[in-house]
Design a binder for this molecule. Structure first.
Ligand SMILES: Nc1ncnc2c1ncn2[C@@H]1O[C@H](COP(=O)(O)OP(=O)(O)OP(=O)(O)O)[C@@H](O)[C@H]1O
Ligand SMILES: [Mg+2]
Length: 181
């Protein structure tokens, strides 16, 4: 998005080789599930302990698919699935790095405090699948990842898992993602 400057284009942030590409802020067109995972892998290269990523988007948007890519990029224990009975699952690092904590609260349908989950945010990279807006104001800084699914969301005549382009809009909020940090 032009004119949007939060955290954009800051080439000084880190220097870890894996980040051969620019932080994928703004709108990204994602044609297939494989590309969604790849976007997750790219994003993973920019994350560090203490970071919070909030995924929003309708049922079947691709939130878990993107999280899978994050998990690959972070080199954590797999599989990453959609847990039915647990709210949060911790995937330890396989390479001595930060664990990925995957919170899937989308189905709750009501606001709740992330605090209640007893997550060690400071040492983890936390990804939350959440309904729109429910997380507002909970954290000082977070990365908002909004997945839009143009036709499938209407449920009309597109099979739930049919490959179909998504638009993934990534926006940093708070001091962590402000330019110059
Ligand atoms: N461009 C695309 N990007 C991501 N997934 C896609 C795409 N096209 C088709 N799909 C399919 O859509 C489904 C996305 O499922 P996924 O579990 O990732 O969604 P979700 O947002 O986590 O859903 P839920 O709301 O149930 O948690 C998968 O079956 C995937 O193969
Ligand atoms: Mg999911």
């Amino acid at each position: 998005m032009s004119g949007h400057d939060e955290g954009a284009h800051d080439e000084r942030m880190r220097d870890e080789g894996a980040r051969d590409e620019r932080m994928p802020q703004g709108a990204n067109t994602v044609a297939t599930p494989e590309q969604m995972e790849q976007l997750g892998r790219r994003l993973a290269a920019w994350l560090e302990p203490g970071d919070l990523v909030v995924l929003t988007g309708p049922l079947g948007a691709g939130k878990t698919t993107l999280t899978r890519g994050l998990g690959e990029g972070l080199n954590v224990r797999t599989p990453i699935t959609s847990p039915t009975f647990v709210l949060a699952r911790t995937h330890p690092s396989l390479v001595g790095g930060a664990p990925l904590v995957h919170v899937d609260a989308y189905r709750l349908g009501s606001a709740m405090e992330l605090d209640d989950l007893d997550i060690d945010f400071a040492r983890s990279i936390t990804v939350v699948e959440w309904g729109d807006g429910l997380l507002d104001g909970v954290a000082e800084s977070w990365l908002d990842v909004a997945i839009a699914r143009p036709t499938g969301a209407t449920g009309a005549d597109v099979a739930l898992d049919a490959p179909e382009p998504r638009t993934v809009t990534i926006t940093g909020h708070g001091p962590r993602w402000r330019s110059g940090n």
